[in-house]
Structures are given as structure tokens and as C-alpha cells.
Ligand binder design. Structure first.
Ligand code: 6PG
Length: 235
């Protein structure tokens, strides 16, 4: 059993009848967060989720009229694979969206996971140095309750504090070698939006709602987190 999160997490649960409705709501939330951040601070700092759930949302972002010059895109985690590898989280986001909109290239920050966990974590820590607080962090949820590349029963759970970016080895979800922002760094944000769809996630969601300290429950942003679920993932 993992440690109880350092501080309690405030969760707002939003259940949508279908994945399509979840995706539309998420797209709306992302655009609204961007408009708000750009209006107030002149920039929007967004952390992308990996996996497959966000893919249609990223594709839909390609069609949005936005002030792309003000967008700054980061990744919550990455697999230690070559940049062109089809299983790279950055590859999916670039192909679905980022290569099709005029966000300045220097404002899109893939994690250099091809360097290996330790070197990539060091390099990405430097990238994040100037960003004290993200505006929005998107996260997925694994069937075992993992989020980003923070898996249960792993070394990160036994630390009281973490560096901002962690190397991950022996991940149960292939590939075994990954890089992940820490729970603390993922929590340094104005908003968190979990995107959770499919019956395979229902058990992890049920545990989460019952107070089991799954990895996702360690994301304790000051304003709480919003969890977008489709009906199938909602027990
Ligand atoms: C990864 C992701 C991971 C993902 C969940 C959900 O690199 O695999 O960052 O945390 O978000 O495993 O994945 P699906 O969206 O594919 O179900």
C-alpha cells in the first residue's frame, strides 16, 4: 500500500455519457484555460498527457483558432524511445496537433527521453526552471491508478520530496524506461484535468473515489483537480 499523499487532494468528478462528450468538454476547458491565461498573463503554459485518451482532443485542437504565439507546451512524461518512435508521447501530440499549428518551435518542449532517464530528467529540469506554475496540466489514468509515469509500488512513492523530473525504470507499462514529472511538479499548476475513459479504468476510479492512495491521488494542485470520466469509467 502506498503512502498517503502529503496533503489531501480535492477532486471534482465530471461524468459524461460518452467519450465524445468528454472530449468536447475537455477541448472547451483547454481553450478557456488558454484564453484566461493569455488575457491575464500573456502566455499559456500547458502540460500534455500521454497515452491514447487525449489523441482526439489534440486532433481537435488543430482546428481551433487560437493565439498560438502565446502557447507553451510541455509533457508530463515520456517514454525512453527515439523521438520518431510511434510510441513516443511527443510523436503522438506532434502528429495529431502540434505540427499543424503555428506555435513557435522554441515553445514546444518534448522531454529528451532518448537520452535515457537520468540525463533526460536533468535536461528537462533545466527547461522547467523558469516556469514556477503551469496554467493547466492534462493527465491520464492507468488501470493500476498510475498517472504520467508515476506507477504504484515504485521508488517515487517512498520519498517525502522529489526533484521536479524523475527517471523511471521497470515501469509495468512498456516501455520500462521513462521520464516523469514528479507529483509535486505536476501539482504546481493553476488547473489539473484528468482525462479518463473506458471500462478498464473503472476499478482505479472506484479505488480513487473510495480514498485509496493511488498514484493519481498524489496530484494535489492548490485549486484541486477536475476528473473527466465517461460513463464506462465511472463506477
Ligand atoms: C503514458 C502515459 C500514461 C497514460 C495512461 C493512460 O506514457 O503511458 O503518460 O500515464 O496517460 O497510461 O493511457 P491511455 O490514455 O492510453 O489509457
Amino acid at each position: 500500500m502506498s503512502l498517503t499523499p502529503l496533503q489531501s487532494q480535492v477532486c471534482r468528478w465530471h461524468v459524461f455519457p460518452t467519450v465524445a462528450e468528454l472530449e468536447l468538454a475537455a477541448l472547451t476547458a483547454i481553450v478557456e484555460a488558454a484564453n484566461q491565461a493569455i488575457a491575464v498573463r500573456g502566455a499559456f503554459h500547458l502540460v500534455l498527457a500521454g497515452g491514447t485518451t487525449p489523441q482526439h482532443i489534440y486532433t481537435a485542437l488543430k482546428e481551433v483558432e487560437a493565439d498560438w504565439d502565446a502557447w507553451h507546451v510541455y509533457f508530463g512524461d515520456e517514454r525512453c524511445l527515439p523521438p520518431e518512435h510511434a510510441e513516443r508521447n511527443s510523436r503522438m501530440a506532434l502528429d495529431a496537433w502540434l505540427l499543424h499549428v503555428p506555435i513557435p518551435a522554441e515553445q514546444v518542449h518534448p522531454i529528451p527521453a532518448e537520452l535515457g532517464g537520468e540525463d533526460a530528467a536533468r535536461a528537462y529540469t533545466a527547461v522547467l526552471k523558469g516556469i514556477h506554475e503551469f496554467d493547466l496540466v492534462l493527465l491520464g489514468l492507468g488501470e493500476d491508478g498510475h498517472t504520467a509515469s508515476l506507477f504504484p509500488m515504485q521508488a517515487w512513492e517512498h520519498a517525502i520530496s522529489w526533484p521536479p523530473v524523475l527517471p523511471v525504470h521497470d515501469a509495468p507499462k512498456p516501455p520500462p524506461d521513462r521520464v516523469s514529472l514528479s507529483p509535486e511538479r505536476l501539482s504546481q499548476t493553476r488547473q489539473v484535468l484528468f482525462l479518463v475513459a473506458g471500462a478498464g479504468k473503472a476499478r482505479a476510479v472506484r479505488d480513487w473515489r473510495e480514498g485509496v492512495a493511488i498514484p493519481a491521488s498524489h496530484i494535489t494542485a492548490p485549486e484541486g483537480v477536475d476528473v473527466y470520466l465517461d460513463q464506462a469509467a465511472s463506477p
